[in-house]
Design a protein around this ligand. Structure first.
Ligand SMILES: Nc1ncnc2c1ncn2[C@@H]1O[C@H](COP(=O)(O)OP(=O)(O)OP(=O)(O)O)[C@@H](O)[C@H]1O
Length: 541
């Protein structure tokens, strides 16, 4: 499976930048979710990789093939990129059976393929299976109904699954009626003779492909009925729909239809599988079930999956890497737990996690021992201890240098003739501070910020109610679900959300001595919104 590389990929419509200078490497075999709010550019990114949308500029490479390069004028069409798609509206053909729905695309394939001696190949396979009749008999005996008669359809499916056969070979195998204890040594000899004769008249490799001069002979041809059947059976086995082959889509549940759509996408063995919110039409329970199926599918097929979703839970649970985008700009590209525990900035911290993270504004400076002295809420003192060495002054210097470099690069770009000013400006993310009395955040006037202005990010699970603490809150609201309770705790005029595990009861208005524990409490720079460090927090009495 190939690696996918995006270099400086931009897509704009007029002055609107749907994707802005995106650099991304999608590694072999990974499951990457493109995540972000509605309209952030996820689908556009996916469509550009797939060849359904032409980037304005940049370069895209799949494996060792450059499929798009704006400067070199390369643009490989979608049908030559060997990618599979699964969209939200996966529309199965209602007048075709499940089998035909999956096989349909395969019957149109016409490409350079090896020339195979199918007759010899099938004869060899049959001879091999017949030589060990015990296993076949066992399968057939398992298919007897209450009256002792063998259920033929069931038998075919079981034989297909057990021996990776096409329906045609399965029918032949069944036709020997091994369950009746017949002696098939004559048949085996005749099949072997057929194979020997084929091998004498031509050179065949172990896959029964015809060889000439040490090379496999190829021809531009369609897939044979047998090959199509094998492909349909292979994917049906993966998504467990073997029993529904003769049904029409209307006779299937939503989840089963979805599995057919997945099978249809997998059948031509795409090197990369693109999925755009494929589960969004399903109900919550089915969605969850299908998530497991997709996870398994990823492992079983060994393909690279690129998956668009705006559901952060889906992105977190499925992905090996999350690519989080906002306003066309990449915010973070990391493993899900890194995104969760060490978000790059306030936007990322806010976007992932349910219930949402608590933001607490703080003012502070670093002490010589590395800890940061903070004033939070209405004048409470706290100490933030970074997990790793932190030189806060140096951090601010680096931040300023980065910003200056970015501004210089932007200036240089803006001086170019082809430059188009971005109309959808990148604005600083406005984080939300939960308070008992809330005002519209957009009316909040931006104060003049200094390097002392910081923001703490506290995940709800870091909050706990303890017997005694110098940080006293009050229960403002509680939502018990049995396994856990989501609570809102009031401290001064601020509200913090917490998740408390276990089935405790909370009384609204009751005093709540609080602990804020954990080593992944985040410290953000308020000016840039970037994460400075993660660490622990301690309140002073
Ligand atoms: N053909 C087009 N012409 C102009 N603007 C477009 C066009 N297609 C998409 N856009 C805009 O580009 C932006 C990115 O669209 P895209 O479909 O990639 O978003 P998305 O992140 O997939 O959103 P959603 O989660 O809502 O599907 C949107 O603001 C959209 O309005």
């Amino acid at each position: 499976m190939p690696e996918i590389k995006l270099e400086h990929v931009t897509k704009r419509w007029g002055k609107f930048y749907a994707v802005d200078d995106l650099d991304l490497v999608i590694e072999n075999n990974s499951f990457v979710t493109l995540l972000g709010p509605s309209g952030c550019g996820k689908t556009t990114t996916l469509r550009m990789i797939a060849g359904l949308e032409t980037p304005t500029s940049g370069r895209i490479t799949i494996g060792d093939q450059v499929v798009f390069d704006s400067e070199l004028g390369i643009n490989v069409p979608a049908n030559k990129r060997k990618v599979g798609f699964l969209f939200q509206n996966y529309a199965l053909w209602p007048n075709m059976t499940v089998y035909d729905n999956i096989a349909f695309g395969l019957s149109n394939v016409k490409e350079e393929l090896p020339t195979i001696d199918f007759e010899a190949k099938n004869a060899a396979r049959l001879a091999e299976i017949l030589a060990n009749p015990g296993e076949v008999v066992k399968i057939l005996e398992d298919c007897r109904d209450k009256k002792g008669k063998i259920d033929e359809k069931k038998a075919y499916i079981k034989l297909i699954d057990a021996f990776t056969l096409s329906i045609y070979t399965a029918k032949k195998l069944y036709g020997y009626h091994l369950e009746q204890g017949k002696d098939v040594s004559g048949e085996i000899a005749s099949l072997r003779a057929k194979v020997d004769s084929a091998r004498k008249s031509q050179t065949l490799n172990e896959n029964f492909e015809i060889m000439q001069g040490g090379q496999v002979v190829t021809q531009t041809r369609k897939l044979s009925k047998e090959e199509i059947d094998l492909a349909v059976r292979r994917v049906s086995r993966i998504v467990k729909i073997g029993m529904f082959m003769d049904r029409y889509p209307a006779e299937l549940s939503g989840g089963q239809q979805q599995r057919v759509a997945i099978a249809r996408t997998l059948a031509p063995k795409p090197t990369v599988l693109f999925m755009d919110e494929p589960l969004s039409n399903l109900d919550a329970k089915l969605r969850l079930e299908m998530r497991y199926e997709l996870q398994r599918l990823h492992v079983e097929t060994g393909s690279t999956f690129v998956y668009v979703t705006h559901d952060q839970m889906e992105a977190m649970t499925l992905a090996t890497q999350i690519c989080l985008i906002n306003n066309g700009v990449l915010q973070q590209y990391d493993a899900p737990l890194t995104v969760y525990n060490r978000p790059n900035n306030l936007f990322v911290a806010d976007f992932v996690g349910n219930p949402s993270i608590n933001f607490v504004e703080a003012k502070g400076t670093q002490r010589p021992d590395g800890a940061v002295e903070l004033t939070v809420f209405a004048g409470r003192k706290a100490i933030f201890r970074p997990k790793e060495n932190l030189d806060l002054n140096q951090w601010f210097l680096d931040r300023d240098a980065r910003q200056a470099a970015q501004e210089a690069a932007h200036k240089e770009k803006a001086a170019q003739k082809s430059y188009v000013e971005k109309s959808n400006k990148d604005e600083t993310f406005r984080y939300h501070i939960a308070k008992v009395v809330e005002y519209d955040d957009s009316l909040r006037e931006e104060p003049v910020l200094t390097n002392e202005d910081l923001v703490l990010g506290i995940r709800p699970e870091f909050l706990d109610i303890v017997d005694d603490s110098c940080l006293e809150g009050e229960i403002y609201g509680a939502m018990p679900t049995g396994m856990e309770s989501t609570i809102k705790v009031r401290i001064d005029d601020f509200l913090l959300t917490g998740v408390i595990f276990g089935s405790s009861l909370f009384t609204i208005g009751a005093k709540a001595p609080l602990s804020i524990s954990g080593k992944n409490i985040m410290l953000f720079d308020r000016k840039s919104g970037q994460c400075i460090a993660v660490g622990s927090l301690e309140f002073e009495a």
